[in-house]
Write a protein that binds this ligand. Structure first.
Ligand SMILES: Cc1cc2nc3c(=O)[nH]c(=O)nc-3n(C[C@H](O)[C@H](O)[C@H](O)COP(=O)(O)OP(=O)(O)OC[C@H]3O[C@@H](n4cnc5c(N)ncnc54)[C@H](O)[C@@H]3O)c2cc1C
Length: 368
């Protein structure tokens, strides 16, 4: 069995690794450098709380792999299960959180509820207006710059070929499967996996499958390095798009959320943050950790991410073309899912079935 994986972000590199580990002959083709798409721009949140319930089995599969990543990949990708704290500032959000917790419990996600005194005793320095929180002790974060190259190198060790700086210019179906024309020559395989991220829509469209996907960029920023004081990832339960932050071991505090995403043209796909939105973002962050009021923000960035109309990814076989599979459009929350996506897609492609339910992500949901 041989396969081409198109796109060398987290989904493509993880899929290549798990396919090669199952004995599939894999060629991974990336138009730029491995991991340089949405993956490198990620905040790095390994968060299950608040996810659409249909994603929780996949998120659980992924978390198990994050826990083994250092052994599996032969290097530290800075996965740290520091816990994920989500603050609550009003009674409605507390109600929302409790409703979610009940439903999520049934899917195996256990969230601890912290009342006001427990929250402030356990996490001194958290915003005084927070009345409660949920805490997910096994979640955390990892380094978005390390994970793509780590999976790609592990895939090569497992027998895959990785071709960088090779934009796929055309795809033809042949009697034997697929032929991809790239800037570095033509490649053939019986199977093709579309992991082109925000650009996955155009690959699917090439095969007559229309997905309502738009390209947007979440806006991120980072502070100067500070003494290390914040262990968990911190976010908010809110109907609005709340702020979130984490402090990396080198001391910088990375933050995002609380402001609208920036519009990104899919071509060339360069996402530019809007400095005018920074003050509102900083104000939201200070509400979570007031001690951040006087620190310098040293950099802003964004990344080109694919957002599907129903906020769910596209995963599974093509509805038009035998041998074609899709895994794209992760709507700003694919970082946590990435290793699980790779492992699930490899299982599906190699065996024809997947123990993790993927039906809700089928491309056929847009056929009507
Ligand atoms: C700023 C930002 C913050 C985020 N924060 C989080 C977070 O905290 N937690 C979380 O879970 N998720 C987060 N996400 C989402 C997460 O990063 C993405 O969902 C995930 O990285 C998507 O991976 P991917 O492999 O599908 O896409 P990508 O990493 O974009 O990879 C797709 C690859 O396909 C390649 N490609 C496209 N077209 C072609 C072609 N024609 N030929 C060859 N190659 C091609 C691209 O060059 C690219 O490298 C964030 C995203 C952004 C942008």
């Amino acid at each position: 069995m041989d396969a081409i994986v198109l796109g060398g972000g987290l989904m493509g590199t993880a899929s290549a690794y798990f396919l090669a580990s199952r004995g599939v002959r894999v060629t991974l083709i990336e138009r730029a450098r491995i991991g340089a798409g949405a993956t490198v721009a990620s905040f790095g949140n390994i968060r299950r709380s608040g996810r659409h319930l249909s994603q929780l089995p996949l998120a659980a599969r992924s978390l198990a792999i994050w826990n083994e990543a250092e052994v599996l990949l032969g290097r530290d990708v800075e996965f740290r299960p520091t816990g994920h704290l989500r603050l609550i500032f009003d009674a409605d959000s507390l109600e929302d959180m409790r409703t979610y917790v009940q439903a999520a419990n049934a899917q195996g996600l256990i969230l601890d509820e912290l009342d006001t005194s427990e929250l402030h005793a356990r996490f001194p320095g958290i915003g005084p207006d927070a009345i409660a929180a949920s805490f997910s002790p096994r979640d955390g974060s990892a380094n978005p710059r390390l994970i793509g190259p780590a999976f790609a190198d592990a895939a090569v060790r497992a027998g895959a070929s990785v071709v960088e700086e090779a934009p796929v210019l055309d795809i033809r179906t042949t009697a034997a499967g697929f032929e991809l024309e790239t800037a570095k020559g033509n490649f053939q395989a019986a199977l093709l996996l579309n992991c082109a991220g925000a650009w996955g829509r155009s690959i699917a469209a090439h095969f007559g499958e229309d997905v309502p996907l738009e390209t947007w960029g979440p806006q991120m920023a980072v502070t100067e390095p500070l003494p290390h004081r914040i262990a968990p990832v911190v976010g908010v339960w809110s109907q609005a798009h709340g702020a979130y932050l984490r402090q990396v071991e080198r001391g910088n505090v990375i933050f995002g959320g609380a402001v609208d995403r920036v519009r990104v043209e899919a071509e060339p796909g360069y996402a530019k943050p809007d400095p005018a939105r920074l003050p509102a973002q900083v104000a939201a962050v200070i509400k979570l950790v007031p001690a951040l009021a006087d620190v310098a923000v040293i950099r802003q960035w964004s990344g080109c991410e694919g957002y599907v109309a129903d906020a769910l990814p596209v995963m599974g076989p093509s509805s038009t073309t035998p041998g074609l599979f899709h895994a794209f459009g992760f709507c700003g929350h694919g970082f946590q899912l990435g290793p699980g996506v790779g492992s699930a897609m490899a299982e599906l492609i190699a065996t024809g079935q997947c123990e993790t339910p993927l039906d809700e992500f089928a491309i056929t949901r847009f056929a009507a």
